[in-house]
Design a binder for this molecule. Sequence first.
Ligand SMILES: C[S@@+](CC[C@H](N)C(=O)[O-])C[C@H]1O[C@@H](n2cnc3c(N)ncnc32)[C@H](O)[C@@H]1O
Length: 244
Amino acid sequence: MFARIAGSYDFLNHLLSVGIDRRWRRAAVDCAGDVSGRRVLDVCCGTGDLALEFRAREADVVGVDFTHEMLVHTSGKKRASEVIFARGDAMRLPSGDDSVDFASVAFGIRNVEDRALGLYEMMRVVKPGGRVVVLEFTTPPGWILGGLYRLYFRFLLPVIGRLFSGDNSAYSYLQKTVMAWPSPDRFLDEMREVGLVNCEFRLLTRGIACLHWGDVPSGAGVRSGALQPVGSLESQATPERGAP
Ligand SMILES: C[S@@+](CC[C@H](N)C(=O)[O-])C[C@H]1O[C@@H](n2cnc3c(N)ncnc32)[C@H](O)[C@@H]1O
């Protein structure tokens, strides 16, 4: 599905969010603190916007996504040649334990088949004391704004999405997955359940999006959970051709 909408993804992202998505990504980088010279793994990086936002703050960044067609559209973006974009599965990240200072994911974890495993993988690759940052849509609280948002998501978004992307199902899928997404409190629990500590969230734009973060605990044995990576991807960690 992401392969089909890759060509119109950036345009629709900015259109449907009226450009606010850029501000949300900047907020995600802010929440990592000073990233200059630090290593960041951006998971489900898509067309690279969050990875590039980290790079703009002088971080050493690797972006990973399993959809080749999305990665191709990182090409030509400002500073894209300074980021490594590679194919890889969020449920089996092509990075070693404790190999980065931060792991991030924007509008991606919702699509990962086993999101506990996705979170666990991000925690695995981050050094003790480092941080996992998750940016995701959520449903605004309150019946007026929440109601308007649901109407927009249910009726308007699929039509605009279909019109511009030419894909009949992608934006209905977006609507379904966002509506099925857990509340910020519940997702906070999911982050704690995989072993992250100091977990917090902040609603953005009155709760249209939500930023979650949690730290990887210091000390031995933190990764002794029962979760194990599943599945495989043919081209794990293959540097993306066509991407700089
Ligand atoms: C909605 S896009 C988000 C892209 C980007 N992070 C952004 O902020 O615009 C979701 C991305 O997640 C990727 N994705 C979904 N499941 C994945 C998985 N298990 N492993 C790697 N990438 C995945 C898709 O290929 C797609 O590019």
